[in-house]
Design a protein around this ligand. Sequence first.
Ligand code: KMH
Ligand code: ZN
Length: 275
Amino acid sequence: MEKLIITAAICGAEVLKEHNPAVPYTVEEIVREAKSAYDAGASVIHLHVRYDDGTPTQDKNRFKECIDAIYKVIPDVIILPSTGGAVGMTNDERLQPTELEVEMATLDCGTCNFGGDDVFTNTENTIKHFAQRMIERGIKPELEVFDKSMIEMALRLAKKGFIQKPFHFDFVMGVNGGIGGDIRDFTFLRGSIPEGSTYTVAGVGRYEFPVAMMAIIDGGNVRVGFEDNVYLSKGVLAKSNGELVAKVVRMAKELGREIANPAEARQILGLPAKK
Ligand code: KMH
Ligand code: ZN
């Protein structure tokens, strides 16, 4: 079995310090959380950025400031910026991080409800536009699927040349409006991606560690972090993203799965080695 790639989604766009005081907003806090996750065993940082007051932004300059600051302390980490941003942002706003020198970026593969009155909108033409941009910029997309239909969408667009192999999926499970995080949901998504694809699971809230366990056993990869869940265990807030990553590392060790470093993660994902 391949080594386990752990992604840390350290910040997100929705979670606030009111939910967990360790949620990072400032550049310094973002660097602190990225480093804590890396030190614990994460090789990929899924990055959203905020202004100092916590407002989510896709501002290219803010991304650059954060990415440069992260590379200063952990130069070999893989940074995977969001092109999802926050609900309600325009496509042009969302696409800004693709103007930077990044190895990967998220590509959200469909529209879904996102709790309350929010709808996370990704029309077919939006997905094509984002995918085309990533091909032009040599950025590998992480295919974010919140439901099975989004796998169909990704594979259909791949047939039309908008997405290239090898595919890397992220099963985001447990969003209010997407698929759940039970074993049958995992099996359904896992069984629906083509041979030769890689995947990560991102369980939201209480699903975080159960779906991590499923992926560890199956040979998949795991995302944890404040974007998805702020608790280390029921009622116990995680002090850092590193604590969430460390828990996955312990689970993997118990199950005999080794952890990939960034160079190994690049190889598994089919990314060029970093110079
Ligand atoms: N914040 C969500 C609306 C992504 O990073 O591409 C979208 C999201 C997915 O987080
Ligand atoms: Zn995200």
